[in-house]
Design a binder for this molecule. Structure first.
Ligand code: AMP
Ligand code: MG
Length: 316
């Protein structure tokens, strides 16, 4: 799939200030040298991303944490031991090496070590941490395949194709308060799992943290046609030209197309298929709108419903 030669070539592009899209275990990322502000500016231009939305910096080894942050918080080492490489982003006070454009002027930086051989090889070969948001236009569906990246972004210097991503939704984002962690964006790693490793804060995220973390924006991750959540809307239009996005149940009415996120209701499978199925339904010209079956809002179900509600928000 991706040869060592192709990794070397892509790392050369990163070192020269270019953009490389690459697979991670969550979704595809759009990467640039995190220490080069001009390279990072290209990410914002390519995604049409507003400058207030900070980027996550991806690392391949733990010593890069010391380069990027001022933090000596021992909880980071504990979290890293259990969850890295993996889909957990930790927001920490940033060092002076991190350009302001990466963090949208915040004095904190989000860091994670992705659990994907291609991502880790690219970061190591580049010799620098890689700033990478999801490789989609701002507000649109996240990419879980290389073809989703090519469909949306045209200013990328190279796309590394590592096949479909395993987790399928973006990382869990946390910040550390004095008394414990606070979840800023829900993901496949749940608060319950994190709590086994470090205490959870009794406070909520502050207003400032919410503004800093557009995971909190109510409309995001949207397909280019209306999406409704089954039973949450009193008046869903006639469904005969619509698609039903099932979480395991049979379609409750006559639909033109039915897609199963998981036949058995398995939440990991639902998360892995969520964006991929929404991309397929977005592309189907015979489908006018999508009706999605909700899942229970607990554990990973929180992350799945977070993405569905944001996809549905503008159609409430
Ligand atoms: P993505 O486009 O999936 O890479 O999104 C990155 C998200 O990570 C941002 O939209 C924020 O929600 C979160 N994030 C990154 N850096 C920070 C930070 N310094 N403070 C708070 N949230 C952050
Ligand atoms: Mg994104």
């Amino acid at each position: 799939m991706v040869s060592p030669q192709e990794i070397e070539q892509a790392a050369g592009i990163i070192r020269r200030g270019g953009l490389v899209a690459f697979p991670t275990e969550t979704v595809y990322g759009l990467g640039a040298n995190a220490l080069d502000p001009i390279a990072v500016a290209k990410i914002f231009a390519c995604k049409e991303r507003p400058s207030f939305d900070p980027l996550i910096v991806h690392i391949a080894s733990l010593d890069q944490v010391a380069q990027l942050t001022l933090s000596t918080d021992e909880r980071v080492a504990r979290l890293a031991r259990v969850f890295w490489p993996g889909p957990l982003t930790i927001v920490l006070p940033k060092s002076e090496h991190v350009p302001d454009i990466v963090t949208s002027g915040l004095d904190t930086v989000g860091i994670r070590m992705p659990d994907h051989p291609v991502a880790l090889a690219l970061i190591s070969a580049s010799g620098c941490p890689i700033a990478a948001p999801s490789a989609n236009k701002f507000g649109k569906l996240s990419p879980t395949k290389a073809e989703h990246v090519r469909k949306q972004l045209h200013l990328v210097d190279h796309v590394l194709d590592g096949g479909p991503t395993r987790v399928g939704i973006e990382s869990t984002v946390i910040t550390l308060h004095d008394d414990g962690f606070v979840v800023l964006r829900q993901g496949i790693i749940t608060a319950e799992e994190l709590e086994k490793v470090v205490p959870r804060s009794t406070s909520d995220s502050t207003r400032e943290e919410q503004i800093a973390s557009p995971g909190h924006i109510q409309s995001h991750y949207s397909p280019n046609k209306p999406l409704y959540i089954w039973r949450e809307y009193a008046d869903i239009p006639d469904t005969r030209n619509a698609a039903f996005l099932s979480a395991g149940s049979p379609a409750p009415a006559a639909f033109k197309r039915v897609e199963y996120l998981s036949e058995s209701g398995n939440l990991y499978e639902i998360a892995a298929n969520l964006f991929q199925k929404m991309h397929a339904l977005e592309e189907d010209e015979h489908i006018e709108f999508i009706v999605a079956e909700p899942v229970k809002e607990a554990g990973i179900g929180l992350a799945i419903m977070d993405r569905l509600r944001k996809a549905a928000f503008q159609y409430r």
